[in-house]
Ligand binder design. Structure first.
Ligand code: XMP
Length: 433
């Protein structure tokens, strides 16, 4: 890292992440560290220009008061206390109140710490390329490339750094959206000339899932089978020492530091095949999601890949309710493709956070071609949210809904009704499981 850094010390404030983001938005790199970091640990960090002690309410975590080590005040860095407990921080040199926080923060970062605004994706990429080359040398790296934003950006970064020393494995579990595996192959194999192993494991996954209706059980099977397939592919490849992963900064912060509570545990498909003994390469571990996207664009990934909507690791498996069958899976995939196409035509892909279709495992009576039919419904869901913890319903124009409905009823087999889900989260969740 050549970039200047402001260190935020975590005294249990929920605002740490926002503060780090605010500083990065000023073009200065910032990271959160535990409150009890020692002066010598701090001195080992690259290019530290100043410290912000960001307190939780009264500096109390789990009932016990906490503070930073007094030696930090003597370590030679400018120190500022932030948060409502500023007065409680020992000997802090600067402090702010809420009213003028942006100006105070700017003045601390630029005037007091004299930090250079040199945090940008071009610099990040050139730093990481160098670091990856140093870490990996002439050895080989393996990456599970799902086609999601994080794994795609890791792949692009590693291709830039080490080219064919990277092998990407794309496992198609048969629960991908329409065109998704094709676009992974097109972008990475055809355009970026990557070493890409494509594994069509659809039959295998669907075989294991046959007759399984319980949502948690389905997730477990998909997760375990994914590891199994990935491991098999890894064992076929000779001499791989490193495993690349798309871990990003919120994964680290939300998984809990000493003083921050665990916000959510991660539930993606995959995980480490432990006995393979890989060393991890995690070049995005410092980035927030929007920075990952900016990095992807800078590396030349298509906008559609970088701004892809969130998609569960177990894929369409969570939207094909009950025991998955090929006919209902096909109905979810085709109706989802129509929904995405019509949302894009209406410009809604730029404003709506997440939208998809669900096919439940029950039928109802309808009429088609003057005859009784007994088919599945398709449910449309379109929600807006900031953090996926709560969500509101998008008010879709009636004409757009009508067009989507007409197309689904005409083009998707085994479907005779289309419904629109009006339930916010809570009480509903975003997905239907
Ligand atoms: P729920 O249904 O809990 O979903 O309201 C919240 C958000 O999480 C997404 N989701 C997942 N994301 N792996 C992911 O990366 C998963 O296994 C997974 N399951 C749900 C969901 O699409 C929504 O955006």
């Amino acid at each position: 890292m050549k970039q200047d850094m402001i260190v935020i010390l975590d005294l249990g404030s929920t605002e740490n992440t926002k503060l780090a983001r605010d500083i990065r938005e000023m073009g200065v790199y910032s990271e959160i560290y535990p409150h009890d970091i020692t002066a010598s640990e701090l001195k080992e960090l690259p290019n530290v220009k100043g410290i912000i002690i960001n307190g939780g309410p009264n500096n109390v975590v789990d009932g016990s008061p906490i503070d930073v080590r007094p030696e930090l005040y003597e370590a030679g860095y400018p120190v500022m206390a932030a948060g409502h407990n500023a007065a409680a921080c020992e000997r802090s040199i600067h402090s702010w109140d809420e009213a003028d926080s942006d100006q105070v923060l700017r003045s601390f970062v630029f005037d007091t710490c004299k930090a250079q605004p040199n945090w940008n994706m071009k610099n990040f990429i050139s730093d990481q390329v160098e670091l990856i080359r140093q870490q990996v040398g002439d050895k080989k790296v393996l990456l599970a490339l799902s086609g999601g934003v994080d794994s795609s950006v890791v792949a692009a970064l590693l291709i830039k750094a080490i080219g064919k020393q990277l092998t990407c494995v794309h496992v198609n579990h048969g629960l991908m959206r329409k065109g998704e595996s094709e676009s992974v192959i097109d972008v990475f194999k055809n355009q970026m000339d990557a070493n890409l192993v494509y594994v069509d494991a659809a039959d295998r996954f669907l075989g294991k899932l046959a007759g399984v209706a319980d949502p948690e059980q389905k997730r477990k099977i998909i997760g375990a089978e994914f590891i199994c397939v990935f491991e098999e592919e890894a064992r076929k490849l000779e001499g791989i020492e490193f495993l690349a992963q798309g871990t990003i900064y919120p994964d680290i912060v939300e998984s809990g530091t000493k003083t921050a509570k665990v916000v959510k545990s991660h539930h993606n498909v995959g995980g480490l095949p432990e006995d393979l003994n890989f060393t991890l390469v995690e070049p995005l571990r410092q980035l927030f999601k929007d920075e990952v996207r900016a990095c992807g664009l800078e590396l030349g990934l298509p906008h559609s890949m970088v701004y892809r909507q969130p998609f569960p690791g177990p894929g369409l498996g969570v939207r094909c309710l009950g025991a998955i069958t090929r006919e209902r899976l096909e109905a979810v995939r085709e109706s989802d493709a129509i929904l995405r196409e019509e949302f894009a035509n209406a410009g809604l892909d730029k404003t709506v956070w997440q939208y998809f279709t669900i096919v439940p495992d029950f039928k109802s009576v309808g009429v088609r071609d003057n005859a009784r039919c007994f088919d599945y419904p398709v449910i449309i869901r379109a929600v807006n949210t900031v953090d996926a913890m709560t969500a509101s319903i998008e008010r879709i124009d009636y004409d757009v809904l009508q067009r989507i409905t007409d197309r689904i009823l005409k083009e998707v087999k085994n479907v005779n009704r289309v419904c629109y889900d009006l339930s916010p989260k809570p009480t509903a969740t975003i997905e239907w499981e």
